[in-house]
Design a protein around this ligand. Structure first.
Ligand code: 5GP
Ligand code: MN
Ligand code: MN
Length: 480
């Protein structure tokens, strides 16, 4: 089937609903021309159209410039459903519930760090277990896990693993309301307990960066970001626990008579929000999200320890404060203006970052005046960004932006194109030190297997969704 795509703005494309009777609404994709031509090469546009057929969808089915093929819903997709008449779909959140990004600032310059860079990366590699099925150094029991699932970061603050300031700078203050541990299976719990505080494998990473350029000095100042200073970016989620929650509910939905009939792709399995199974999934998803917030926070704690040990500096001199910790795989109940009316919707952001500008009540107290930071990893060889939401995000995309550069080559294509030795030497030439859990991951994660993050952020900026605050370049990378 030839998909009809119309260019309707400088960085905006429409997939009109008139081309397929099952579509209840248009698809909208934000991208520039060259990104759009590569997007057309995978099945993600068809997935945008599939999502547009789901009951209760409000506004368009949306794709960001980092969009690529995913389970049912595309990665880089945003879809909002009416709270009373719409659905929730685990495939619209993703298997890695609360996969997300945490950014730490520091008072160090690259000159301060350079002589000790390798040592710091090696120490982080030691303290933050990575790789498939990696096990952690934080030992928690079932009671701890229950508290983590119910309370999120509050547990970490009580245990001394998080400061008040960390909590103030975590999305939802690190605690999702409505989390219900009772709906998290014992299988999910058993996978989560040994893995807490670990990075995992593949696209998950921990990166030491330098702020190469600040484009929006006022906002950067509010975020604690300074040109020339070292930052640390962490990308991981809820590990096996979240994956098991997704697996459990997808299985239950496939077997349940409450699931939505007649979806164009079995992977879109969904339930009406009002149904019992949907509410149970929401409770479990929020509990898994709490686990994700704590997982990243424990890694933050380990990063601080690694720097202290290697740099022999007190915490005050290191200044390793959180900029922000956010979720980019999650569904949230929010109120949005649609056609001049306020509507209560469930916004699915799968590989999409909330990007609320100043003025939304959900913004953390620290970021009321600016809007919260929008953290965009690129790849381990080129760059990553910090953005901030613009009012346009509310009118265009339910207050959402992209979440990364987005994969362009499949893992197998990347492996055959980029041998690990070549990736390592190219990174070395750029002064980037890499520690990876396997050769396999080095090839699969080769920088050019991702889209060009410069183009991706220029597209969301051009579309008026968010503004660029700063560009960060990698100097040390830990890959799971
Ligand atoms: P995802 O959440 O879809 O797994 O990945 C988010 C984004 O992280 C990817 O689209 C990619 O742009 C980015 N990314 C993956 N690996 C790395 C890395 O090692 N370093 C940086 N800076 N970004 C990465
Ligand atoms: Mn992610
Ligand atoms: Mn993930």
């Amino acid at each position: 089937m030839e998909i009809r795509v119309e260019k309707v703005g400088g960085f905006k494309f429409r997939l009109p609903s008139s081309q397929w009777p099952r579509m209840r609404t248009d698809g909208i994709v934000y991208a520039n021309d060259s990104l759009m031509s590569s997007i057309k090469n995978d099945n993600s546009l068809l997935q945008v159209m599939n999502v547009a057929t789901l009951p209760g969808i409000v506004g368009p089915s949306i794709g960001m410039p980092d969009i690529h093929w995913g389970y049912g819903f595309p990665i880089g997709g945003v879809a909002a459903f009416d709270y009373d008449e719409g659905i929730v779909s685990p495939g619209g959140v993703g298997y890695d519930i609360n996969c997300g990004v945490t950014l730490i600032r520091s008072s160090l310059t690259l000159n301060d760090l350079r002589p000790k860079l390798k040592e710091v990366v090696d120490e982080i590699f030691r303290l933050v277990p990575s790789g498939v099925g990696s096990k952690g150094r934080y030992s928690i029991g079932h009671q701890d896990l229950n508290n983590i699932l119910a309370e999120g970061i509050d547990w970490a603050v009580n245990r001394g693993y998080a400061t008040e300031d960390d909590r103030e700078k975590t999305e939802e203050y690190g605690r999702m309301e409505g989390a219900d541990p009772a709906h998290v299976s014992s299988e999910a719990r058993n996978r989560g307990i040994p893995q807490i505080g670990t990075l995992g494998a593949g696209n998950h990473f921990l990166e030491i960066q330098v702020v190469e350029r600040v484009m929006d000095p006022g906002t950067a100042r509010a975020f604690g970001i300074e040109e020339g200073k070292v930052t640390v970016m962490i990308h991981t989620g809820s590990r096996g626990l979240g994956h098991q929650v997704a697996t459990d509910y997808i299985k239950r939905l496939n077997e349940s008579s409450d699931s939505v009939r007649d979806v164009p792709d079995r992977q879109l399995t969904s339930a009406f929000l009002k149904s019992r199974i949907a509410q149970e999934y929401m409770g479990a998803m929020r509990a898994a999200a709490n686990f994700g917030f704590v997982n990243r926070q424990l890694i933050v704690n380990s990063v601080r320890e690694a720097f202290r040990r290697v740099m022999h500096l007190p915490a005050e001199d290191l200044g390793l404060d959180l900029v922000y910790s956010l979720a980019h795989n999650i569904a949230k109940v929010e109120e949005h203006d649609v056609d001049g009316k306020k509507v209560k919707v469930l916004v699915h952001r799968k590989g999409a970052t909330r990007a609320f500008p100043a003025g939304r009540k959900e913004n953390n107290r620290k970021y009321r005046e600016t809007g919260h930071p929008v953290l965009i990893p690129g790849d381990m060889g080129r760059a990553s960004y910090v953005l901030v939401g613009l009012p346009g995000s509310l009118s265009e995309s339910f207050g959402s932006s992209c979440h990364g550069a987005g994969r362009m080559l499949s893992r197998s294509k990347a492996t055959s194109t980029y041998p690990a030795s070549r990736v390592i030497s190219e990174l070395e030439q750029k002064g980037i030190y890499l520690r990876a859990a396997s050769k396999k991951v080095v090839s699969e994660e080769a920088p050019y297997s991702y889209k060009d993050v410069d183009e991706v952020v220029a597209s969301v900026a051009g579309a008026g969704i968010s503004r660029i605050v700063s560009r960060h370049i990698p100097v040390g990378v830990v890959k799971g």
